[in-house]
Write a protein that binds this ligand. Structure first.
Ligand code: UDX
Length: 454
């Protein structure tokens, strides 16, 4: 079977490569010619463990091809997956511009029955909107079905998540005469997952669309919840890890996503929670829990900055070493990363910053992705003057007054403490991912601060 994937970003490329690995013939399309040119050579433009090998192998074996030509991606494909971005607008709602453009292009090339599947996270009702646009722009009268098939891929373990998902959600129009056929095609595409007994949830399109937002918002809720409990733990002298463990053993609660930290980030949770709030607002429905989750997360980032300031006093002329920029380990993604918030706050305090991250290596990237810095000429000027990029954690620590761990990369878990202590001018150690034992750090002469533990 042939399928087409429109958009070779994170979701599109992982989906395309994994489906090719399942034995399907996959054509991936992107309008970015440079990207397609390098993908044809097997070069993946971002960091995701295992993806480059998967792309290269399937390229070589002829199951994966790349193109910028829509007709090529649509012509022989029975299913066309839309995996283009839905960036947030200023008001938090998802911008559907790219989805709509793609819908028009697919329509113009539709030459027989096909299913059009949305992988992108899209607001409830987008499936209907795509149907309308495609119908209006058809060149010849052909039948098609719209399917919603949201992705639940975690950056850093996306391939594993695709190959061994907890569930596959398939939303189809119950009114469609060919709805059963669309479901059958989708099940066929995911056939290898039947062998591992993956649950399939078959429902209508709107429900499928909402499942994605509700899932991500619930994950965000767990994080904000444990972060607030962590803040209380600090005041009352409790240990948040034990609280999380005690809670998580209750099967109704579960132990995952109860790790406290400097606030969630990334391309999904911040964007999806805000888009869900916007959707609810448009329907006059109050989502007070999600609203509180978003506010708690913003506050959590500020609480981390305040922790540093409260401990160290005036930060002007002080140098802070930051270890980790990406929003979590095993990715080079810094979208909405708490590290960017902290960098901005430190810049406004006129502190000097030394950074190191194992994969995020460009300062330019920091300035660009941190809109708050990019749009503020003063901060932009300060960032080029005050931020130094270092080649390893020890170089970052050299001459700094404090060390801050912002991402729990494995290589930060076993730093040579004595060496670090000697390199630092002052012994402040802010472990915002709780990867060290407080007792051990104190024994090594550090002034140690973490989240929700004494
Ligand atoms: C998330 C969802 O998990 C995935 O299903 C969805 O489709 C896309 O968004 P991702 O953004 O890659 O995936 O990251 P995830 O591993 O879920 O972590 C999200 C954020 O929460 C990170 O900033 C992480 O550091 C933080 N987090 C996670 C916590 O602070 N505590 C936890 O216990 C778990």
């Amino acid at each position: 079977m042939h399928i087409g994937i429109i958009g070779t970003g994170y979701v599109g490329l992982v989906t395309g490569a994994c489906f090719a690995e399942f034995g399907l013939f996959v054509t991936c399309l992107d309008k970015d010619e440079k990207k397609i040119k390098s993908l044809k050579k097997g070069k993946v433009p971002f960091y995701e463990p295992g993806l480059e090998e998967l792309v290269q192998r399937n390229l070589k074996e002829g199951r994966l091809t790349f193109t910028t030509d829509v007709a090529e991606a649509v012509d022989s494909s029975l299913a066309i997956f839309i995996a283009v971005g839905t960036p947030p607008r200023g008001d938090g709602s998802a911008d559907l511009k790219y989805i709509e453009d793609v819908a028009k292009e697919i329509a113009a090339n539709l030459n027989g029955y096909k299913i059009i599947v949305t992988k992108s996270t899209v607001p409830v009702g987008t499936g209907d909107r795509i149907r309308e646009i495609v119908s209006r722009n058809l060149k010849e009268l052909v039948h098609f079905d719209i399917v919603s098939n949201p992705e639940f891929l975690r950056e850093g373990s996306a391939i594993e998540d695709f190959m061994r998902p907890n569930r596959v959600i398939i939303g189809v129009d119950p009114e469609s005469s060919s709805g059963q056929q669309a479901i059958a095609i989708m099940k066929d595409l995911y056939k290898p997952l039947y062998l591992i007994e993956t649950p399939f949830v078959i429902t209508n399109i709107k429900t499928a669309e909402l499942i994605k937002y509700a899932s991500n918002s619930f994950l965000a809720t767990k994080i904000s919840f444990i972060n607030e409990i962590a803040n209380l733990c600090e005041k009352v002298g409790a240990d948040v890890h034990m609280v999380a463990k005690g809670m998580g053993l209750d099967m109704r609660i579960g132990s995952k996503f109860l790790h406290p930290g400097p606030g969630y980030g990334g391309s999904c949770l911040p964007k999806d929670t805000k888009a869900l709030l916007k959707m609810a607002e448009e329907q006059n429905v109050e989502l007070s829990v999600v609203d509180a989750v978003v506010r708690a997360n913003e506050k959590q980032k500020e609480i981390m900055a305040k922790k540093i300031k409260d401990a160290m006093g005036v930060l002007k002329e002080k140098t802070i070493a930051i270890l980790g920029l990406s929003f979590k380990p095993n990715t080079d993604d810094i979208r909405d990363a708490p590290s960017l918030y902290l960098i901005r706050r430190l810049l406004t305090e006129k502190a000097k910053i030394r950074v190191y991250d194992p994969v995020v290596r460009s300062l330019d990237l920091i300035a660009k992705s941190n809109e708050l810095i990019a749009n503020d000429s003063k901060l932009r000027a300060l960032s080029s003057k005050l931020i130094t990029y270092c080649k390893d954690p020890y170089e970052a620590a050299k001459g700094a007054h404090a060390l801050v761990i912002m991402t729990e990369w494995n290589q930060f878990r076993n730093l040579e403490l004595e060496r670090l202590r000697k390199l630092l001018k002052e012994p402040y150690f802010f472990d915002f991912r709780n990867i060290y034992e407080p007792k051990r750090l104190k024994e090594n002469g550090f002034k140690y601060f973490c989240v929700g533990r004494q």
